[in-house]
Write a protein that binds this ligand. Structure first.
Ligand code: ZN
Length: 85
């Protein structure tokens, strides 16, 4: 789902940061301006799914930032093979 914030940020709804908004409700905050969106326009189930996906993506991002990017080891033989006429 595509979302555009008034601050100009555009991206997937799930790419925003899940945050506890109080009253037992969670929302997503814009990574740029921090505006909290409680997703009241979504049905209960869709909201839960969206929040779960946002949490999963955030977890994946954090895990990625803690480890080196897993670049595929370049095979020298393959590179030489390509370069060879
Ligand atoms: Zn924003």
């Amino acid at each position: 789902m595509r979302e555009v914030c008034f601050c100009g940020w555009a991206g997937e709804v799930e790419d925003r940061r899940p945050i506890y908004g109080g009253d037992g409700e969670w929302g997503l905050v814009c990574p740029d301006c921090g505006r909290l969106d409680r997703l009241h326009y979504l049905r209960e189930e869709a909201r839960r799914r969206t929040l779960a996906e946002a949490a999963r993506r955030q977890g994946a991002r954090q895990a990625g930032s803690l480890t080196e990017p897993r670049a595929a080891p370049v095979s020298l033989g393959a590179v030489a093979g390509v370069a060879r006429p």
